[in-house]
Design a protein around this ligand. Structure first.
Ligand code: NAD
Length: 387
């Protein structure tokens, strides 16, 4: 039996992330499974309230998914005394205002990344959380992906020996929108609307690097707009003012203080010749592993072949076949849902969530530093953020 219901005001629910990952893949499955069960056996149910600008779109989603409430009045629902949690997946540029209002009203918050476009704003949000004492969670979805869970397990088990480096490859071709519709929203390609690869992805890379290897000490990046003209949702041509690719080198302080070098290519102007849309290879003295969204393969030192460079001969070995798959050894649920459940338990226990606004601020810091590095053509060291 449910003894309590958490009312969650969900803003930006008509968008790609808000609708698919947070409503369809997280909150509705949690609701439909009867909520979450606490250690003492009590169940706590969740009730979404859809928030957005277009009443018709909200009404349609509400009817389709048996959701009782929706509203276009963001201010009123954020401050409504019956609202427990405010969730935001709207445009990045609108986020700080919504989160600030919610925390000042004493609401717990769960939000998409990045939390802000500038480091100052991101730190201000983290400060406000500390002052208000609410529980705040920021989406760190990549760390919940099966591939990265397996990779982290290899690190914990000491599989790699001394970790030397990480190489990441992220991206795919995003259509310009002229002949074939673009598969991402047009604001992603306008810097004046908070778009850009660096802003979008470096906040992910920060927590991925922290969560797998250690904290990021510096960044050297080249960001670029490969495709300067695109066509929007209405078919109108626009200038793509934001970077659509970022090539970064990150220096990491490993668990034992050792230097680890990470390189990550992020591009929306690249065609995929990989097994997954993102892949990370970690090399260590005793072993290496390659992790994607789902799969992770590894190769031990003892099983490492000894290729000899000879451009005159065809390849004699099938290198991909020399890796062994790392098993899941358990059910790994959708990452967004898994983090939501963890966050809801933290709210109910009145404690902080491990992936909070401070971690998010470090992500914004890395994005800002990456853009500065590229603009100034130099390596940028990251100062430790304190509140
Ligand atoms: N965690 C991830 O992997 C991931 C992936 C993609 C995007 N995101 C983040 O999620 C957020 C949403 O991205 P998306 O791709 O879903 O974008 P989207 O454009 O599909 O959705 C944006 C939402 O904001 C609303 N919106 C747009 N303009 C608005 C305005 N002027 N006023 C009020 N509301 C407005 C839209 O109606 C929609 O509901 C972004 O902050 C983005 O950085 C995260």
């Amino acid at each position: 039996m449910s003894t309590r219901t958490l009312r969650i005001a969900m803003n930006g629910i008509t968008g790609r992330m808000g609708y698919r990952q947070h409503l369809l893949r997280s909150i509705l499955p949690i609701r439909d499974q009867g909520g979450i069960t606490l250690a003492d056996g009590t169940k706590v149910q969740v009730e979404p309230i859809l928030v957005g600008r277009r009443e018709n779109a909200l009404a349609e989603i509400a009817a389709e998914h048996n959701i009782a409430e929706y509203t276009t009045d963001l201010d009123a629902i954020v401050t409504d005394e019956r609202t427990d949690i405010v969730f935001d997946a709207s445009m990045t540029s609108l986020r700080p205002a919504t989160l600030t209002k919610a925390m000042k009203a004493g609401k717990h918050i769960f939000t998409e990344k990045p939390t802000a476009e500038t480091l100052d704003e991101a730190i201000e949000l983290a400060r406000l959380r500390a002052e208000t004492g609410v529980t705040a969670g920021v989406v760190h979805d990549k760390l919940y992906l099966p591939g990265l869970v397996k990779l982290r397990r290899l690190v914990d088990e000491g599989f790699f020996g001394r970790i030397l480096s990480l190489r990441g490859e992220f991206g795919y071709w995003v259509f310009e929108g002229e002949h074939q519709a673009a598969q991402r929203p047009s604001w992603n390609y306008r810097s004046e609307d908070g778009g850009g690869m660096t802003t979008d992805m470096f906040c992910h890379w920060n927590y991925v690097l922290e969560g797998i290897l250690g904290s990021v000490k510096s960044v050297t990046a080249k960001t670029i707009t490969h495709i300067p003209t695109r066509w929007d949702e209405k078919g109108a041509e626009y200038a793509a003012t934001a970077d659509d690719a970022a090539y970064g080198i990150f220096e990491i302080a490993g668990p034992g203080g050792e230097d680890i070098v990470a390189q990550i290519n992020s591009s929306w102007a690249v065609r995929v010749y990989r097994d997954e849309l993102v892949e990370f290879q970690v090399d260590g003295t005793h072993g290496s592993a390659v992790a994607g969204l789902n799969k992770c393969v590894a190769q031990q030192r003892a099983h490492t072949p000894k290729p000899v460079w000879n451009p005159d001969l065809p390849v004699t070995e099938s290198f991909r076949d020399q890796w062994m798959e790392v098993p899941a050894n358990g059910d790994l649920d959708n990452g967004f849902k898994a983090q939501w459940e963890e966050f809801l338990r933290d709210v109910l226990a009145g404690r902080e969530h491990r992936y909070d606004l401070l971690s998010a601020a470090r992500g914004v810091q890395l994005a800002e530093a990456g853009l500065a590095s590229s603009a100034e053509g130099k390596r940028v060291e990251l100062e430790q953020i304190s509140l």
